[in-house]
Design a protein around this ligand. Structure first.
Ligand code: GS8
Length: 219
């Protein structure tokens, strides 16, 4: 199968969901293989020997690692349908800047909300809210981060929304109250099939969080 596309993932992973949403936007037919991260498959270890992490996209036998790189790759290979990256170099550079901000700030704080308690959790929560407000400001009055159509930065950010319920429950706060415009954007993205059919139920994510916490020895 010369044009074979395989995605190695783990269903609650925000990073894996990025690849799934991008593939859905492009209408790419692919084989999804769920990984057991406590017992990684030989294919995962062979395809991502450096980080040993999902997601990995395997296209025509060649592995592509790191979710943001995967999304850009998908956009470049299947460029006819639903372009995700903006056209202008400056807009592309800005989109990459914000993707980096999401990974280094938003998701870093988010992880610390459920991995910590007490003061450390409070600090993470405040950092998370602050970074979401910065993103909300960047969104401004636009429908999507890139303007009128769903694009690259939306693909990068939207998967985290199915974890919002978990962050709110662990940290005891309301994202809707803090960032109503950003929540409007979440609802808009959820109207897209590529998103609504990909993102798991937030309550299921919260359930698996208990299992992940035990595995990490947090609870
Ligand atoms: C992060 C992937 C990642 O953390 C990306 O693709 O954007 N920067 C990378 N993957 C996790 C699962 S989601 O939390 C993973 O595969 N972990 C396995 C491990 O650390 O052993």
């Amino acid at each position: 199968m010369a044009d074979e596309v395989i995605l190695l993932g783990f269903w609650p992973s925000i990073y894996g969901m990025r690849a799934k949403v991008a593939l859905a936007e492009k209408g790419v037919v692919y084989e999804y293989r769920e990984e057991n991260l406590s017992d990684k498959s030989p294919l995962l270890l062979k395809s991502n020997p450096i980080n040993k992490k999902i997601p990995v996209l395997i296209h025509k036998g060649k592995p592509i690692c790191e979710s943001v790189i995967i999304v850009e790759y998908i956009d470049e290979v299947w460029k006819e349908k639903s372009p995700l990256m903006p056209q202008a170099p400056y807009e592309r550079a800005k989109a990459r800047f914000w993707a980096d901000f999401i990974d280094k700030k938003v998701l870093d704080y988010a992880g610390k909300i459920w991995k910590n308690k007490g003061e450390a959790q409070e600090e993470a929560k405040n950092g998370f809210i602050e970074s979401l407000k910065v993103l909300e400001e960047e969104l401004g009055e636009k429908l999507y981060f890139g303007g009128d159509t769903f694009g690259f930065l939306d693909v990068v950010m939207i998967p985290s929304s199915c974890w919002f319920y978990s962050y709110e429950t662990c940290g005891n706060f309301s994202i809707e109250k803090e960032c109503p415009k950003l929540m409007g954007w979440v609802k808009r993205c959820m109207e897209k099939e590529s998103v609504s059919k990909t993102l798991p139920d937030p309550h299921k994510v919260y359930e698996i969080l208990g299992v992940l916490k035990k595995r990490l020895g947090i609870e």
